[in-house]
Design a protein around this ligand. Structure first.
Ligand code: RP5
Length: 169
């Protein structure tokens, strides 16, 4: 049974949204993927969100570009946390979608990540689920440790470059 729903307004959003799905797979979180548009297939979008919630889904990650109504429409349809991903496309390159998603009117919140920030959306979903799962919390701790080690390795690789006076330690 899918715990996280990854929905997007168009298949053209998938190259970005795939990064959210990748994170969920990394953490072994069951997820479902859906293409559904808030303006082209409104009824189907609302029906999908309601069915996902009724079947035990817990979090929805919704990605859309341009005027980007999808995350808000989905959030209005169900009482689940919705994480919106603004997709870079069109003349405004995602700034339109960012404003649309982040500026939800009071009463129906959508958590917005950065433009094309699908990986962070996946990680945020995992962090929410980890509130009720020690297994996921342990995996997140390991993930953060690995990430920190990579930064330390990058620092070590660059050590010695630049003059002494330019280094902080
Ligand atoms: C939005 O319009 C979609 O989320 C997509 O980002 C954008 C363009 O859609 P297509 O014309 O590629 O289907 O609804």
């Amino acid at each position: 049974m899918a715990v996280v729903g990854v929905v997007m307004g168009s298949a053209s959003d998938w190259p970005v949204m795939e990064k959210a799905a990748d994170v969920l797979a990394e953490f072994s979180v069951p997820y479902a993927v859906k293409v559904s548009s808030a303006h082209r297939t409104l009824d189907e979008t609302v029906a999908w969100a309601r069915q996902f919630a009724e079947q035990g889904g817990m979090i929805i990650i919704a990605g859309a570009g341009l005027a980007a109504h999808l995350p808000g429409v989905v959030a209005a349809a169900v009482e689940l946390p919705v994480i919106g991903v603004p997709i870079a496309s069109g003349h405004l390159n995602g700034v339109d979608a960012l404003y649309s998603i982040v500026q939800m009117p009071p009463g129906v919140p959508v958590a917005a990540v950065g433009i094309n920030g699908a990986r962070n959306a996946g990680l945020l979903a995992v962090e929410i689920l980890a509130l009720a799962s020690t297994e996921l919390r342990d995996k997140l701790c390991e993930f953060r440790r690995n990430q920190a080690e990579k930064v330390a390795a990058q620092d070590a690789a660059l050590r010695g470059r630049g003059g002494q006076g330019e280094r902080l330690n």
